[in-house]
Design a protein around this ligand. Structure first.
Ligand code: 4AD
Ligand code: MG
Length: 447
């Protein structure tokens, strides 16, 4: 009896008969031969039907199989350097094939290029395509590697609520939902505040879940629903936080390079750019980054680009600024000490410089920009209360959060990492919407 194996395991079965279960991704007929590119969820492999090996009926059926038909194939595995697929290099000589369902002939996502709106309208089918499959496989590995690193480094996984009573990351991006007799609840923009409670019970924690922002801007870096990883650490300052970030990120990159090379290669990613990423990452202050932008602007000869780099101290960096900064480095770079006015209310002020806060953004190279945002948190009760009042946040909703500063407050820090931002960068793709199976953007909640 042949064994049922997956494409990802096929290299262990050279010379043996195996059973594959999957779908016909593509078919090419050449006289007595029919080449099927078959996908099974773990990879893509060429399966070859030779007329002389099969009954006339079966060969006839195979050579007319519509794209996306589901099939169970029995055949012999052989090595062939030229064979296409992911990873490629192997093929299966078909001995038997059972059609589970012959697909309708009008499959909308044929293998030609589609406009992006058409592709997004057919996202439920688009995810079957090689490029999309490769990106989402890498995303899954990014998430697994993230959890692996945290679980191996003393963090406790906590799940923070999605329905929350107030804004934590600004009131302009809140999704609001009626909530029984309580008025309104808001979809979580972050799990951070709850994780700040969690560290006083568990020391080092993380949450990893869907996060919601009613982003009104339409950019290639924003989704309205994305997956954020948020570690939070007791007795940790800004330097300690940066160490955690770079260690974790280096681990993610290493693991993707180890496990997802065929996918990266298929996407045409220049993996040498990822291989060269080692710790520590450069750290520059906001002040120095601002100077750097000024210098780059002075040097810029293209008036349009010059205009985009317009900047003065106190502003938040836009995408062109982040790109300009990251282009100066081969690795991700930390920028710390932003003006408090452009950051969230909970950040610890810089000692002796109240207009600056102990925040840090991690910017990815090659123009990708911010992938992580974090800070040391304000640990004093009075300071935090003053900040909540200044921002006119609903004090009642933050009573519990203020309690944390009354009962054993300690310096503590944390950050959030956007899964889709990291995945886009690692894959080298243009737009974040391809880094999640069913993207939600300002113009899209279908399918
Ligand atoms: O910088 P942000 O807004 O930070 C926070 O929410 C903190 N409470 C996190 C923390 O300290 N625990 O978001 C963190 C990261 C960003 O660096 C970015 O990677 C991602 O989340 N992100 C988005 N990704 C996709 N679409 C959006 N609209 C995003 N907004 C933030
Ligand atoms: Mg941020």
């Amino acid at each position: 009896m042949a064994e049922y194996v997956s494409v990802s395991q096929i290299s262990n079965y050279i010379g043996q008969d195996i059973i594959l279960k999957g779908w016909v991704y593509n078919r090419t007929d050449k006289g007595k031969l029919s080449f099927l590119l078959v996908r099974d969820g773990t990879g893509f492999i060429q399966c070859v039907a030779f007329k002389g090996d099969l009954t006339p009926d079966l060969f006839e059926q195979i050579s007319h199989l519509p794209q996306e038909s589901s099939v169970i194939i029995t055949g012999a595995v052989r090595e062939d350097k030229r064979a296409p697929g992911i990873p490629g290099g192997y093929e299966v000589g078909i001995k038997d094939l059972q059609v589970v369902q012959a697909a309708d002939l009008d499959y909308p996502m044929s293998l030609k290029d589609h406009g992006v709106d058409f592709a997004l309208d057919h996202r439920h089918l688009w995810i079957r395509m090689q490029s999309q499959w490769a990106i989402l496989r890498i995303r899954s590995t990014v998430m697994a590697a993230t959890r692996e690193w945290l679980d191996n480094n003393g963090f406790t996984a906590m799940d923070t609520p999605i329905l929350t009573p107030a804004a934590a990351e600004g009131t302009t991006t809140l999704f609001e939902t009626p909530y029984f007799d309580e008025g309104f609840a808001y979809l979580a923009q972050t799990g951070q505040l709850y994780n700040e409670a969690n560290i006083f019970a568990f020391g080092k924690v993380y949450c990893f879940g869907p996060t919601f922002r009613a982003e009104k801007s339409k950019t290639r870096r924003h989704l309205t629903e994305f997956w954020m990883l948020e570690p939070e650490i007791a007795f940790c300052d800004l330097d300690g936080l940066m160490e955690v970030e770079e260690q974790m990120l280096a681990h993610i990159i290493q693991r993707v390079l180890r496990d997802r090379m065929p996918e990266l290669k298929f996407l045409g990613r220049d993996v040498s750019k990822l291989e060269s990423i080692t710790t520590p990452f450069p750290r520059i202050s906001y002040d120095d980054a601002a100077k750097m932008i000024e210098e780059l602007r002075d040097k810029e000869t293209d008036p349009e680009k010059k205009e985009l780099l317009a900047f003065e101290w106190g502003m938040d960096f836009g995408a062109p600024h982040e790109t300009a900064i990251t282009n100066q480095f081969e690795k991700p770079v930390f920028v710390y000490g932003y003006p408090s006015a452009v950051k969230a209310f909970y950040m610890e002020p810089w000692p002796g410089r109240p207009e600056v806060c102990k925040s840090v953004d991690l910017l990815a190279p090659e123009g990708y920009g911010e992938i992580c945002g974090g800070s040391e948190r304000m640990s004093s009760y009075e300071g935090l209360l003053a900040r909540i009042r200044k921002e006119k946040l609903p004090e009642e909703s933050f009573k519990w959060y203020l309690d944390l500063r009354k009962f054993g407050s300690v310096p503590h820090s944390g950050f959030g990492m956007g899964t889709e931002r990291v995945t886009s960068w690692i894959c080298g793709i243009e737009h974040i919407r391809e880094a999640i199976a069913f993207p939600r953007t300002i113009k899209r909640v279908y399918p």
